[in-house]
Write a protein that binds this ligand. Structure first.
Ligand SMILES: *Cc1c(COP(=O)(O)O)cnc(C)c1O
Length: 394
């Protein structure tokens, strides 16, 4: 931690994050403003959360309308319309037959793990079918179950023992996946279509199809974690769409409710059929306020014209990043749509700090990858400006 960072940090917040000095007080579109009035172009989008940018009128209107009902929360003991409408929207726009709402990406992974084991025992009649295969380089969250599926020694080691029955395989090693799956033991495979925290590493369409067929061969569920890359980030509504496959379970969270905390677990009919009343629960999940906002945000993102714009910005990024990829400091450029990783020879942290000095917010993804996550509605001129600032930082 630099002296400036340490000095600026409040000692009342548990220091699990190393935050840079600026204190943000306002936001508008792709921009954040600090308490000195300096403006920064935000290519982190609150970690892929603020998909419609800061101060989005869609989000504001949905919050205001929801507040006007006076119904922020009623608990899951009772029916409320927004949760039902949001679940129906997700079912109508995906492979899913039913949806469970929670409050974060990690919670969605926890629930998916429970539902996968519930289904596997019921479907097979085998007590042994409880194992999960997860991928090297994957990230599913920081709670104990989600962390058990996350392949990052620096995140895990201090907290062992984690839950048993998880095996890691390298998705790029030929035959490793097929060898790790066992019809008598494997309940599910967990994977991100693009490993985001792990360095922006796409599995690729062929990789996703291989996962699907390995799961089918072993009678295991394919659980796709689209917490970061789902809901438009790739230029399609779901990241798995391009591969022409569907998962059995999908987890969502980050952009779902426009900055309010919300997660969702989407279950195919056959998985949903194995879940019984009382199997799982959440006090806050799918409350009327967050569900109303989620419906407004999801509808806005799913508009064909909106997704077409995301793909246009993606083409613009392709062009600019091809030039950046040729720089001597850059090892490789990865990703698609509006999630991109630039692997550098130096520390990613030094590039992130340089970009901040230049007025651009970006984040790391592992030690050597700089990650770009602009809002999905970033303007063409803002995208160009951001890449100018990034080139300056490089
Ligand atoms: C961020 C993230 C999570 C964890 O989400 P939280 O809301 O921080 O718990 C899980 N999976 C992926 C792919 C993520 O990017």
């Amino acid at each position: 931690m630099s002296a400036a960072v340490a000095e600026a940090a409040s000692s009342a917040l548990l220091p699990v994050y190393r935050r840079p000095a600026p204190v943000f007080v306002a936001g508008s579109g792709s921009w954040l403003e600090d308490d000195t009035g300096r403006r920064y172009l935000d290519f982190t989008s609150g970690l892929a959360v603020n998909a419609l940018g800061h101060g989005s009128p869609v989000v504001r209107r949905a919050i205001e309308e929801a507040l006007a009902t006076g119904l922020i929360h009623a608990s899951n003991l009772f029916r409320t319309r927004p949760a039902e409408a949001m679940a129906e929207w997700l079912v109508a726009h995906s492979f899913a037959g039913a949806v469970f709402f929670c409050n974060s990406g990690a919670e969605a992974a926890e629930g998916a793990l429970k539902f996968a084991r519930r289904w596997a025992r019921a479907a097979s009649g085998l007590e042994s079918k409880i194992e999960v295969v997860a991928l090297r380089g994957g990230f599913h969250g920081r709670t104990m179950g989600a962390l058990s599926l996350t392949d990052r020694p620096d995140f895990r080691d201090a907290f062992a023992p984690l839950i048993p029955g998880v095996r890691f395989v390298d998705p790029r090693e030929p035959g490793a996946l097929e060898a790790a799956l066992d019809p008598a033991r494997t309940a599910a495979v967990f994977a991100e279509p693009i490993q985001a925290e792990g360095g922006v590493r796409p599995l690729g369409d062929e990789g996703l199809r291989r996962l699907r067929s390995a799961c089918d061969a072993a009678g295991a569920l394919l659980v796709l974690d689209e917490v970061q890359v789902g809901l438009g980030r790739t230029g399609r509504l779901w990241a798995h769409e391009a591969a022409g496959i569907v998962p059995d379970i999908m987890t969502l969270a980050k952009p779902l409710a426009g900055g309010l905390p919300m997660g969702a677990i989407l279950l195919a009919d056959h998985v949903a059929a194995a879940v019984r009343p009382g199997d799982h629960g959440s006090t806050f999940g799918g409350g009327p306020l967050v569900a109303s906002v989620a419906l407004a945000v999801s509808r806005a993102i799913a508009e064909p014209a909106f997704l077409a714009e995301v793909r246009e910005r993606s083409v613009q990024l392709d062009r600019r990043l091809a030039r950046i990829a040729a720089r001597p400091k850059v090892v490789e450029v990865r990703g698609t749509g509006l999630i991109r990783g630039i692997e550098v020879r130096s520390d990613a942290a030094s590039v992130v700090a340089g970009a901040l000095d230049a007025g651009l917010l970006v984040c790391g993804a592992g030690p050597h990858t700089v990650r770009l996550l602009p809002p999905l509605n970033v303007r063409a001129d803002e995208l160009d400006l951001g890449l100018d600032l990034l080139e300056e930082a490089l």
